[in-house]
Design a protein around this ligand. Sequence first.
Ligand code: ADP
Length: 463
Amino acid sequence: MTRLVNVSNRVAQPRGDTPAGGLAVGVLAALREHGGVWFGWNGRVVSGEPAGPKLEEDGNVTYATIELSERAFELYYNGFSNTSLWPINHYLLGFFRYERREFDEYRRVNSLFARKLIPLLQPDDLIWVHDYHLIPLASELRRAGVENPIGFFLHTPFPAVEALRVLPVYEQLLRAMGAYDVVGFHTPRDLRCFNDALESIGGADHAAVDRRAPGKPHPLHTDVFPIGIDVEGCQQLAMQTGEQDNVQRMVHHLHGRQLLIGVDRLDYSKGLEERFRAFSRLLEDYPAIRNQVSYIQIAPTSRAGVRAYDDIREALERSAGMINGRFADIDWVPIRYLNRGFDRGTLMAFFRETAVGLVTPLRDGMNLVAKEFVAAQDPEDPGMLVLSRLAGAAHELTDAVLVNPYDIDGVAEAMHQALNMPLGERQERHQSMLDVLRRNDITAWRTRFVDALLSAREQRKAG
Ligand code: ADP
């Protein structure tokens, strides 16, 4: 029986805290449908020897989780993964830093993941590795003799080679990507950048050095697999949770005003400071709108303890305070900034009550919030999405009001346009975006990637 073994840095355990994030949401939805194993870190950091894997069954999914040492957390996770790779992948080079010892630890943790995963593997398993934390995992597994098909999916953008070259070890990472059978990206642009990068180091054949499974080298299959969502699931959640107390309270406090909403992990790539400035510009440039709109920004802390993330939290608190100080009235607070998470049902119900969804990252692999926002709308009277052209989702959701998130005046105009869009136009745009979401939902994403792994297995057998 073919099992799907998903491996990601962090696992969302059934009874633990579910980390807010597209990867966790996407992998969980794909796994619940197909069944299989989810291997990775449980979120605990220990001072002694890290334990695991610990196995836990929930329905058709086995969660296999390990702990991380303090050193690994600092150097592999906060360090190389999130202070070297994350900023480069999002073209935010001002946040980039490189330390050789962090890269060394990154490799060590990848080798630890391989050692802890191998005893759980069965000969027919398909292995699907997720995201930038685990690029060298396939080469570690191959070195240990694993012959199963192994795929890699990058949930972030893949940067242009000129940005990538900032990283002293980029060639090593590219070669490590060559150790996979299947490498997938969200958009054609990411795939082009990857191919360019491979060319720059001598082409795919050169990268194939690490692609030696025991036996013959095999072809590297690269493709675009834009992640989707469970469209019906979001719609149902949005409708079911509408009567919940916190949703009703939120609606009550709008007092009939139009709601703008943003839901993001608190991350500098999400363009939150720029978005706050654009909202301020909206109130400045269109005085008639004051006291007619409310903006709720939900942004739970992520990666706390990393300097850049603590800074952005403070900057946003200051900015929200300044905007409220400048524009608030005795019966109106323009921005409510909530530094906490909500369960998915509540988020979907909030979306359904919203006039304008704001998804304006400075760069994003896909951005699932954009898709969830569209799915959660009432087709009879849908809210409109303002979406960054620099998010992967803009390749598909071309009927959103598209913006450049750095263009503060442009985003303010787009907010105004979306707030005032006639019903007929909103319905048309919503219908066409919903069609796109339905054609390429979470099942399509998972099925296409698994099919690519199955073909890789056939090729291995044939070879
Ligand atoms: P990223 O993966 O960079 O965080 P995405 O938009 O792709 O961005 O994915 C975010 C996912 O996490 C979405 O499914 C969204 O519903 C969920 N999420 C984001 N913010 C929150 C929050 N405050 N509370 C609960 N879930 C959240």
